[in-house]
Design a protein around this ligand. Structure first.
Ligand code: DGL
Length: 279
C-alpha cells in the first residue's frame, strides 16, 4: 500500500481526458453542491478515444494516482473511454495495491440502468468514441440488465476534436454530426433511444438535436451519474465521511492554464480558477 497518500478527508475527484467531464461535473455539483470537488482534465493528451487499451489504461491510472495524491478518496472517471478501457483493471489490480479503501467509479453502468424503461422498440443506439465502441462495454453492460435489447454502436471519431477545439457550435460541425447519426440509424431504423456515450457529446447537443429525428430519445449521462453518486454516498457512509463539504471546486489541467480557462468558461458559463499540473 502507498503510505505517502494523504489520509485526511478530501474533495471528490472528477477525471476526464479533456473538457467532456465538465458536463458530468456540472450535473454532480447541481445535485450535490455541499461537497468539494477537484476536476482534472488531461487536455495535453486528449483525445483518448482513438488510443489503444494500454495507453488509455496507463494515462488513466496516472491521473487516478495524481488525484489520490491531491487528497481525493473517491474518483469518478467522467470519461466513457477511460471507464471502458481502464476502470476494471484499476479496480481489480491497482486499488488493492495503492489503497484498498479508496474508490474509483465509472459512468457506463449508471447510464445503462435506466435504458430498459426508456426504449419502447427495445432497439438502442450508442454514439461514442472509437475506443468505447470497440470495447463493446455498452452492449455488454446493457445485456447484463436487459438481454432483450438490441444494441448498435457508431464510432464518432471527430466529435471530440470538434468540442476540444471549440467548434461545437461552428458550421463545420453539422457535416460530422449528421454523418454519424445517419450511419447509426442506417444500421437499425428501429432505434428509438440513443445514448450519448461520451461525456464530450452533450456539448454538441444543439447540433445533435437538429440532425436526429424528433421521435428518438436522447440519453445524456450527467444527471444519471449524479443520481448514482448520490445513491452511492448514501449507501457508503464510510466514504461519505471521507469527502469534505465546503462547496468548492478546483480545476487542474495538463495543458496550458489559459487555454483551459477560456474553453471551460464557455462550457461552464462562469469564470474558474485553473492550475496546471505535470503529466
Ligand atoms: N470524454 C471522453 C469519453 O467520455 C473521451 C473523449 C476522448 O478523449 O476521446 O469517452
Amino acid at each position: 500500500m502507498n503510505t505517502s497518500l494523504p489520509t485526511l478527508p478530501g474533495p471528490i475527484g472528477i477525471f476526464d481526458s479533456g473538457y467532456g467531464g465538465l458536463t458530468i461535473l456540472s450535473k454532480i455539483r447541481r445535485a450535490l453542491p455541499q461537497y468539494d470537488y477537484l476536476y482534472l482534465g488531461d487536455n495535453a493528451r486528449t483525445p483518448y478515444g482513438t488510443r489503444s487499451f494500454e495507453v488509455v489504461y496507463e494515462f488513466t491510472r496516472q491521473a487516478v494516482v495524481k488525484l489520490f495524491e491531491m487528497g481525493c478518496h473517491l474518483v469518478i472517471l467522467a470519461c466513457n473511454t477511460a471507464s471502458a478501457k481502464a476502470l476494471r483493471s484499476i479496480q481489480m489490480n491497482d486499488l488493492p495495491r495503492i489503497d484498498p479503501a479508496r474508490r474509483v467509479l465509472g459512468v457506463i453502468r449508471p447510464t445503462v440502468e435506466c435504458i430498459g424503461s426508456i426504449t419502447h422498440t427495445r432497439h438502442v443506439g450508442i454514439l461514442a468514441t472509437p475506443g468505447t465502441i470497440k470495447s463493446e462495454s455498452y452492449p455488454l453492460e446493457i445485456h447484463k440488465l436487459f438481454p432483450d435489447i438490441c444494441v448498435k454502436g457508431e464510432a464518432c471519431p471527430l466529435w471530440v476534436p470538434l468540442v476540444e477545439n471549440n467548434e461545437a457550435q461552428g458550421d463545420g460541425a453539422d457535416y460530422f454530426v449528421h454523418k454519424y447519426i445517419h450511419q447509426l440509424l442506417a444500421q437499425d431504423p428501429a432505434i428509438d433511444t440513443v445514448i450519448l456515450g461520451c461525456t464530450h457529446f452533450p456539448l454538441l447537443l444543439p447540433k445533435i438535436k437538429q440532425h436526429i429525428p424528433p421521435h428518438i430519445n436522447i440519453v445524456a449521462q450527467g444527471e444519471l451519474v449524479a443520481d448514482s453518486l448520490h445513491d452511492y454516498l448514501q449507501r457508503h457512509p464510510d466514504m461519505d465521511a471521507r469527502c469534505t463539504r465546503g462547496g468548492s471546486c478546483l480545476y487542474y489541467t495538463t495543458e496550458a492554464e489559459e487555454k483551459f480557462r477560456e474553453s471551460a468558461s464557455i462550457f461552464l458559463n462562469e469564470q474558474i480558477d485553473v492550475h496546471r499540473i505535470e503529466r
